[in-house]
Design a protein around this ligand. Sequence first.
Ligand code: WT7
Length: 636
Amino acid sequence: MPAQHARIQSIEEYEEAYRRSTENPEQFWADIAEPFSWRRKWDTILESDMVEGHNKWFKGAKLNITENCLDRHLATRGNKLALIWEPNDPKTRQIRYTYRELHQEVCKFANVLQNNGVEKGDRVCIYMPMIPQLAIAVLACARVGAVHSVIFAGFSANAISDRVNDAQASVVLTSDGLNRGDKQIPVKRVVDDALHHCPSVRRVIVTEHLGWPVNMVEGRDVWLHEELEEVEKTSPAEEMDAEDLLFILYTSGSTGKPKGVVHTQAGYMVWADYTFRNVFQVNENDVYWCTADIGWVTGHTYLLYGPLLSGATTLMFEGIPTYPSAGRFWEVIDKHSVSVFYTAPTAIRSLMATPLDNVLSYSLDSLRVLGSVGEPINEEAWHWYYTHVGKERCPVVDTWWQTETGGIMISALAGITPSKPARAGLPLPGVQPVLLSQEGKEIEGNDEEGYLAIKYPWPGIIRTTYGDHERCRQTYFAPYPGYYFTGDGARRDEEGLYRIIGRVDDVINVSGHRFGTAEIENAINQNSHVVESAVVGYPHDVKGQGIYAYVICREKISKEEAIYVEASIIETVVAEIGKIARPDKIQLVTGLPKTRSGKIMRRILRKVAEGDTSNLGDTTTLLDPNVVDEIIEGKK
Ligand code: WT7
C-alpha cells in the first residue's frame, strides 16, 4: 500500500508526534514527506545554520509542487471540486472547477506563460483581483518553475514598481479591473503607472474581468483570452530542485523598505500540507473557506497550496464581508455548505458591530471548525465567533504564524488540543518555541512572558530575503544567535499555552496587515508640506491597531488650512503605499519628543495616542520636555 498522509487524531497522538519531532526531527520529517510525489528523493533532510540563517530542507530532491497539488489527485479525486469561486455580486455566476478542470486550466495558463517567454527561475509579478485566474496564474508559475511574487491588489503604483524592480520581474500578470463591494477599480491603469519605472518588464498578460476598455501597449501587453485560444491542454511540469525558489512575498519590517520573503519548493510544500491537514482537521467531503486575499501569505498557504495539496475543496471569494449586506459571509457559508471557515479578527469585529440578526438569520449548520489569523483575537470577539457563528459546537483555532514562517506555528489542532480564548495554544509538532529575556536567556516554566523565538528550524522557515541575505540574517537570526526571532512578545500561561501579546518592534498590525512605522513615515515625508513625522500604533476597535501620525510641517498651519494639509498627507500615503496604510489620525505638531542624541521617544507618543497621559515615565532625558505638553494639548 502506498504511504498515506496521516492526520493526528487525539491528544495522545499529538504528544507522541511532538515528542518524535523534537527527539529525531529528521526522521520525523522524512516520514511526513514520504507520501508526496517526488521525481527524485532527497539526499539529506536538513542542513541548517541558525546563526547565519541558512536552512536547506530535503536537499537533492526533485519535484514540482503543482504535480502534488493537482496531478497526484487526478486518479482518485479527478471529479471532486477543487475550487469554488464566489463572485463579489451574489447575483452573478459562481464558477466551480473539479481537480481535472483546474489541472487543465493551470496547464493552459502554463503554456501561455511559456509562449510568452517565461522560463524557469524568471520572476513573475501578479497584481490581480480575487478571481479564479489569479489562483490559476500562481499555480501556472509554479508549474513552469517561475518564481511568483503576488502583490495585493490594494497596493499603489509606487508600491508595485518597488516590488517589480526589487524582484527584477520580466512579466506582470494583471486584469482590466476589479470589483470591491459597490466599487470598481481600474487595476490595469495602476499597473501602467507602475511600469513607467520598471525597465525589466517586457510582457504584461491581461485577464478580462470587468470588460472595461484598457490601454494595451503595443509589443508589451497581450490579452489572456487571446493567448489561450490555441494552446495545448497539457503541460509537463518543470522539474525543480527542493531549494529552488517557489515564491517571493513582500512584507513590512521595522526598516523603511518592505522585504521580499523567499520560500522554496519542497519544505514549503511539506509544511503547508502538514499544517493545513492537522490544524483544520479537514475531511474528504468538507468545503473549506479561507477569506484571505491571495495577495497575503494566508491566501498562499491556506487558500491555495495547503488545501490543494491535501486534496480539499477550497472556496475563493471575490468580495468583502459587508456587501451587499453585513450577512454576506454567513450567506456564502449557507450557500456552499462551508464546513471549515478561516478568517481574521478584524472581520469578526466589524461584523460584531452590526445588528446580531445579520448572523442569526442564517443556519450555519454546515460549520464544523472555525479559524482565526493575523492578529491577536480579543476575548470578546472570540466569544462572539464561538457563540453566534459556531453555535458553541465548533472549535476555534487561533493560528499564530508569519509570512516568514510559511505556515501555522502555534495553534490548537481543531477539536484535539486545547483551545482557549485569546490563546494561540500549543506549538505544532516540529515547532520549538522559546521565550527569551532581553539578554537572550531562555525563560523556563509557565506563567511567564518574553520575546518569542524558535529554537530549531521547521520546513517552512524563511530561506532568505530576496537579493539580500544579510538583511534576513540581521532581522531574524542576528538578534539572538542560534534562534529565529519572531518580533513578537508572548506569554506562556499556567497550562503552557501561548498567548501572543503583539509586536515588540516598530511594526504595527492594522487589520491583520503589517506596516513598519518607518515605512509610513517615509511615505508621509514625501509630502511637500512635511518636514518630519513619527508614526505609532494605537488600539482601534475594529482594526486592532490604528495608525497615528505626528507630523511637523514646514510652515505654520492655521486650523482652517490643517484640514487640507491632512487630506494631502493622506493622499501622499495612498499614492506611496496604498489605501490600506492611510493614517487614522494625523496630529500636526511643532516638535517631537527627542532625546539629546536625537532619538524619538516613541514610548511617549504611543501613550499619548492611546490617551493615557497619566504616567509618561521618565521624560528628563528629553531635549525639550515642553514638546510633550504641546502634544498632549493638541491630541485629537
Ligand atoms: C504577525 C505576522 C500569519 C499570517 C497573517 C499575518 C501577528 C498573526 C496571529 C495570531 C496574534 C498574530 C503577529 C505576527 N499575528 N497571527 N493568531 N495571534 N498575533 O502575517 O503579515 O506576516 O504578520 O501577525 O504579530 O508576527 P504577517
